[in-house]
Design a binder for this molecule. Structure first.
Ligand code: GAR
Length: 220
């Protein structure tokens, strides 16, 4: 069966890109990375793509006069690579409604919180300041609002006493590395349908155990 052609867009270290590289290394996985694109010429994640022999493009946003001209260049690169699904994996540029519409229901993003809670930057600091005892990550289809759109996959992780941003981020990141390849697999297998503001997932299976944080002692 033909594998779904992914374009993975990054701005930084690219550990989520790596999770897709690792998933795609399995010949039974239903997707492949057609191209990795970074808006940041110094993104360490570029090295990961090069090591995996994935075609790489750097499209630095800074010389472009506005967002849309930058996005037209991005759009050409995506088309040249015959992209079927765009994965924003730590891609730190807001996309205009023009791009979002052009790639509607063909663009997903990973965000390190349980959306719709805590969209935007400095997520973990805000989660910690809020006193929430559970955080997590979300893979969603992209709509024009920041970190908004139909939710495909989420994972919950506990916030632990004594956590700082770094510790919480590391725990959430581990969950991200499971969720992004899972979301891509579900989409590639045709099991995800976007219906208005929501995703409907076929054969989603049994839900896992309830996460209680802090964990109750026996007998509560
Ligand atoms: C990830 O935690 C991702 O969820 C976050 O940036 C990090 C990128 O890490 N994205 C956002 O905050 C988007 N709003 P990575 O470069 O190692 O994949």
């Amino acid at each position: 069966m033909a594998r779904l052609r992914l374009a993975v867009l990054i701005s930084g270290r690219g550990t989520n890109l790596q999770s897709l590289i690792d998933a795609c290394a399995d010949t039974g996985y239903p997707a492949e990375i057609a191209i990795a694109i970074s808006n940041n010429p110094d993104a360490p994640g570029l090295e990961r793509a090069a090591r995996a022999d994935i075609p790489v493009r750097v499209i630095d946003h800074r010389p472009f006069p506005d967002r849309e001209t930058f996005e037209r260049s991005l759009d050409s690169a995506l088309r040249e690579a015959e992209t079927e699904l765009v994965c924003l994996a730590g891609f730190m540029r807001l996309l205009t409604p023009w791009f979002v519409e052009r790639w509607r229901d063909r663009t997903i993003n990973i965000h390190p919180s349980l959306l719709p809670a805590f969209p935007g930057l400095d997520t973990h600091a805000r989660v910690l300041a809020s006193g929430a005892r559970i955080s997590g990550c979300t893979v969603h289809f992209v709509r024009a609002g920041m970190d908004s759109g139909p939710i495909a996959v989420q994972a919950a992780v506990p916030v632990v006493e004594g956590d700082d941003e770094e510790r919480l981020a590391a725990r959430v990141l581990e969950a991200e590395h499971r969720c992004l390849p899972l979301a891509v697999r579900l989409i590639a297998e045709g099991r995800v349908r976007v219906a208005g503001d929501r995703c409907v997932i076929d054969g989603a299976g049994e839900p896992g155990a309830t996460l209680v944080s802090p964990p109750p002692r026996e007998g509560a």
